[in-house]
Design a protein around this ligand. Structure first.
Ligand SMILES: NC(=O)c1ccc[n+]([C@@H]2O[C@H](COP(=O)([O-])OP(=O)(O)OC[C@H]3O[C@@H](n4cnc5c(N)ncnc54)[C@H](O)[C@@H]3O)[C@@H](O)[C@H]2O)c1
Length: 464
């Protein structure tokens, strides 16, 4: 099938490359000329494991093309995917301007039946707006023919995007016509093999499904994060609680890790957009507001733990930071907890030395240049270099090379042997046996001396 994908970000590029891998003829369009120029040279604009090889081989086979405008698309597409960004607007609602622009471009481009597939995460009812934009643009061209607008939300995870796209748990499709249904089946059955995993529903239901999925996952994380704060104050180990509840088949284990908050391009903005949708329909979003607020507080938790250990004035403190990306396997820095931590530390006078296997180039632009020039913030070439003369290691992103570090090298590099583990990645007993002071999130170590003051000393213990 001839396919066009508008937007070559994390979703669009993966979608385009994967459909090409399946034998389709795909053209990816992006208005960002630099991105397209790089892609044409074989340089990936994002870090996503396996993507470079897949793009390279499909370009070589002539199944994947990159252009900067729909007018340069040579093979007339039957399916056109919209995969442009829908960031948070100022009031928290999804900024839909890029989707509308893409719709206008489509209306100025198609001259025959097409299925327009909305893969961007968009507010409920957006398909009607996309249809209206396309219709208006067609009328300007004195054209009139039937086209379909379909909602096909994407559930891939950055860092495992190809695997998720090629082996999804399910594919959700919201549509209104048999013709569109046939096109979507032709596209997805080679991936799914079994039609039961292809869920057809109304367009609005599909649009809401995407928000509901992200909000549910964010809720689980915030729930555990809230419990982790309580666990710290009561001398309870959240890790044991996690195992204890996650083994209940009614609950299940995914997305129950307590930590320093969720970030990324989806959970934060999608929870906020759903809050906004609820408010616009006079529904008070009690749970969603709490999820968002807990996450805001949780992003400060590592900084609080550093202050509790070293005091308010961090002028004499050097902090090693392992991990900048919002999660392992990506260079995506959008709403990453590391941004909050580093800003807080530097404002308190700390020197910060950070290392990330993929995100340092992106992260460099997010902090003031003078911090780098004045040596307040350094990005190092190796993970152990970030620990040189450091008083504390803060683990923010659980990249694989951080999971089993060389303890001897760490001890030799560090001035003081303190670990603040924002992802509960390490075995506290092992780290303590190795001579480290260890603080996790919710592992029964108090974070707030005053709040814990009311708990009798003999009831307070480290419970690992
Ligand atoms: N990133 C994820 O993991 C993920 C997962 C599921 C769903 N989503 C959703 O998918 C959508 C895309 O997310 P992303 O992370 O890939 O975005 P992104 O910001 O990485 O990429 C969007 C791309 O669209 C391009 N663009 C904008 N307007 C355009 C236009 N008119 N024509 C052509 N190109 C245009 C931009 O230049 C950019 O390269 C969002 O709605 C997001 O919520 C993202």
């Amino acid at each position: 099938m001839n396919i066009t994908v508008i937007g070559t970000g994390y979703v669009g590029l993966v979608t385009g490359a994967c459909f090409a891998e399946l034998g389709n003829n795909v053209t990816c369009v992006d208005i960002n000329k630099e991105k397209i120029a790089k892609l044409k040279e074989g340089i990936m604009p994002i870090y996503e494991p396996g993507l470079d090889a897949m793009v390279e081989s499909n370009v070589k086979e002539g199944r994947l093309h990159f252009v900067t405008s729909l007018s340069d698309v040579e093979a007339k597409p039957l399916a056109i995917f919209i995969a442009v960004g829908t960031p948070s607007g100022e009031d928290g609602s999804a900024d839909i301007r890029y989707v509308l622009e893409a719709a206008r471009d489509i209306g100025g481009f198609i001259d025959d039946y097409s299925v327009v597939v909305d893969k961007s995460t968009v507010p409920v009812g957006m398909a009607d707006k996309v249809r209206a934009e396309i219709q208006q643009a067609l009328e300007k061209r004195n054209l009139s023919f039937h086209f379909d607008v379909v909602s096909n939300p994407e559930f891939l995870r950055e860092g495992a995007a190809i695997e998720d796209f090629m082996r999804p748990d399910r594919v959700v499709v919201g549509l209104e016509s048999d013709h569109a249904r046939k096109v979507m089946q032709d596209l997805y059955l080679p991936i799914l093999r079994s039609p039961e995993k292809l869920y057809f529903m109304n367009v609005k239901d599909a649009e809401m499904t995407k928000y509901a999925a992200n909000a549910m996952l964010a809720t689980r994380i915030s729930f555990m994060n809230e419990l982790s704060v309580l666990c710290d104050r009561m001398g309870v180990n959240i890790e044991n609680v996690r195992i204890g509840i996650g083994s209940d088949s009614r609950i299940g284990s995914p997305f129950l890790n307590a930590g320093c908050g969720y970030g990324g391009s989806c959970f934060p903005k999608d929870v906020r957009a759903l809050v906004k949708m609820a408010e616009e329909h006079d529904v008070e979003p009690l749970i969603l507001n709490a999820v968002e607020k807990r996450n805001f507080l949780q992003k400060n938790i590592m900084h609080e733990k550093v202050v509790e250990r070293f005091g308010d004035d961090l002028n004499a403190v050097t902090v090693g930071v392992w991990g900048l990306a919002f999660k392992p396997g990506t260079d995506d820095m959008r709403e990453a907890p590391s941004i909050v931590l580093i800003n807080n530390l530097i404002k308190r006078g700390a020197r910060v030395q950070a290392y990330d296997p993929a995100a340092m180039e992106v992260a460099r632009g997010l902090f003031p240049a003078e911090w780098f020039n004045e040596g307040k913030l350094t990005f190092t070439e190796h993970q152990y270099e970030a620990l040189k003369e450091a008083d504390v290691l803060t683990l923010v992103t659980e990249w694989k090379p951080f999971c089993y570090p060389d303890i001897t090298v760490m001890k030799n590099q560090m001035r003081q042997h303190v670990i603040i583990d924002g992802r509960n990645q390490y075995n506290p007993e092992q780290m303590r046996a190795a001579g480290f002071e260890y603080v996790g999130v919710g592992r029964g170590v108090k974070t707030d001396a005053q709040a814990c003051g009311s708990i009798p000393e003999n009831l307070y213990r480290v419970s690992e």
